[in-house]
Design a protein around this ligand. Structure first.
Ligand SMILES: [Zn+2]
Ligand SMILES: [Zn+2]
Ligand SMILES: [Zn+2]
Length: 254
């Protein structure tokens, strides 16, 4: 938000799909992945009813994915008219950060639950399995495999190249949608985030292994300003590969 680099200046000037806020996703209004500091902005911009969200799965504690302090806004005095609790899931560092922010609120308001890699949570409508990422050696960052109504999504960021144990787990599964990190764009590969070349390698392996269904979609997201690519630049690169470039507010049906 303080950056004055030519790329940020151009993105601000052009607006539209070039304005990228911090990442998150909502599935069918009720299941949310990550809770970034821009969540209020997303609610206002996209007319989201966050009160519908029942389950919040957090990938990791980096500040662009978790603003735990804002969970307080889900509690009485701040939030009215809610008819169910918010269930928050994440690894131990996520749980700790949420507890530091809101303590132990009544389970009728917010419950916070620690989950482990390869654990599957049944939300009642959806099965969500946590899978190891390759992102930050100081915490057990998680990716999510989400199954509902016969369809499945892989939420694959933040991560570098996927750990082999994640590949092994995915080997017997099917995907209708893979959402991948492309933080590093056309910069050299760094390990904790993907670049274009690494995205293509993962997408091709998903195809070759028969994990991505026929007609399954791949979406790239989470782009750094440091790659110097605007939305049109990214679509020019990824369109020939049948990969969709995410933008803020994008809605996908599978
Ligand atoms: Zn910048
Ligand atoms: Zn991160
Ligand atoms: Zn991130």
């Amino acid at each position: 938000m303080f950056c004055r680099c030519p790329h940020c200046a151009k993105a601000r000037e052009l607006g539209g799909k070039n304005i990228r806020t911090r990442s998150s996703a909502i599935i069918d209004d009720t299941l949310k992945i990550d809770f970034p500091p821009d969540t209020l902005h997303h609610v206002l911009r996209d007319r989201i009813d966050l009160g519908l969200v029942k389950d919040l799965f957090v990938t990791h504690t980096h500040s662009d994915h978790l603003r735990a302090e804002d969970l307080e806004m889900r509690l009485p005095v701040y939030a009215h008219g809610l008819d169910h609790p918010l269930r928050v899931y994440g690894h131990d560092a996520v749980v700790r950060k949420c507890r530091e922010a809101v303590g132990r609120p009544g389970a009728e308001h917010i419950s916070i639950r620690r989950i482990l890699p390869f654990e599957t949570v049944d939300t009642g409508t959806t099965l969500v399995t946590a899978l190891p990422a390759n992102h930050d050696p100081d915490e057990t960052c998680l990716l999510y495999y989400i199954e509902k109504d016969g369809k499945s999504i892989f939420y694959g960021h933040d991560t570098g190249l996927l750990p082999e144990e994640t590949w092994s787990w995915l080997a017997s599964r099917k995907l209708d949608l893979a959402i991948l990190d492309c933080t590093n764009g056309n910069l050299p590969f760094t390990g904790s985030h993907l670049n274009i070349e690494a995205v293509l390698a993962i997408r091709n392996r998903l195809n070759d292994a028969g994990i991505l269904r026929n007609g399954g979609q791949t979406v790239v997201t989470h782009f750094s300003h440091n790659i110097g690519l605007l939305h049109d630049d990214l679509t020019a690169i990824f369109n020939p590969e049948y990969i969709i470039v995410a933008y803020d507010g994008m809605v996908i049906s599978i």
